[in-house]
Design a protein around this ligand. Structure first.
Ligand code: ADP
Ligand code: ZN
Length: 216
């Protein structure tokens, strides 16, 4: 399947993407994970992205499009992909549209994950992430704590609060989302590609997507 996952920070795009990869071998492409990996590795991309990310703002569109143009041409994307955290602005959505035409790729849908603001705030402040850039497993101190406090179940690395998950940065990320990313819902509605789902439960989102795409 070839999907765009839209939704506020904390809507569960990453969790849903990981569940969907198990259905048909489609790959999750998270621009946030790619950028955090670059920051940790200290690459040129990471240096350019870090300040934007830590403040809760967005990384410039041109950097993101450079990453995505390469990523979408890697062989593992042939089976399908789940775009998690991209596109994030109208210019990115326009550029993606042109890129997909150029690559001869057709998307199945843009899925908007709808979650009430209180749920979002609660999820983000209790979220913890594995600091190993190759793992980045997600936990929640309330609903899904690691088996050993502070250590990743999968790789044993430290499980930490992200730099952009302080209350101040979260509030900035939600403002950025409302201003820059929420307009994409209207964009994909006009494109005739939008699917709205209530995303209070990630499993329910997966079921709705399976039904829409006619998977088993
Ligand atoms: P979230 O949990 O807010 O969805 P992500 O992990 O997707 O966070 O992204 C973390 C940060 O990386 C964002 O706040 C932003 O600074 C940057 N980022 C990720 N994807 C994009 C994108 N498509 N365009 C611009 N910046 C991005
Ligand atoms: Zn880990």
């Amino acid at each position: 399947m070839k999907l765009i996952l839209l939704g506020a920070p904390g809507a569960g795009k990453g969790t849903v993407a990981k569940l969907l990869t198990k259905l048909d071998g489609s790959v999750q492409i998270s621009t946030g994970d790619i950028l955090r990996g670059a920051v940790q590795a200290g690459t040129e991309l990471g240096k350019q992205a870090k300040a934007h990310m830590d403040s809760g703002g967005l990384v410039p569109d041109a950097l993101i499009m450079g990453i995505m143009e390469k990523r979408l041409q890697e062989p593992d994307c042939a089976k399908g992909f789940l775009l998690d955290g991209f596109p994030r602005t109208i210019p990115q959505a326009e550029a993606l549209k042109a890129l997909l035409v150029k690559l001869g790729i057709k998307l199945d849908a843009a899925v908007s994950l709808e979650v009430p603001r209180e749920v979002i705030l609660d999820r983000l402040t209790t979220r913890r992430t594995c600091e190993n850039p190759k793992c980045q497993a997600i936990y929640n101190v309330k609903s899904m704590p690691p088996k050993v406090a502070g250590k990743c179940d999968k790789c044993g690395s430290n499980v930490v609060q992200r730099a952009d998950e302080t209350e101040e940065a979260i509030s900035k990320r939600l403002d950025t989302y409302n201003e820059k990313t929420a307009p994409l819902i209207g964009f994909y509605q006009k494109e005739g590609m939008l699917m709205n789902v209530n995303a209070t439960s990630s499993d329910a989102v997966v079921s709705a997507i399976k039904q829409k795409l006619g998977i088993n």
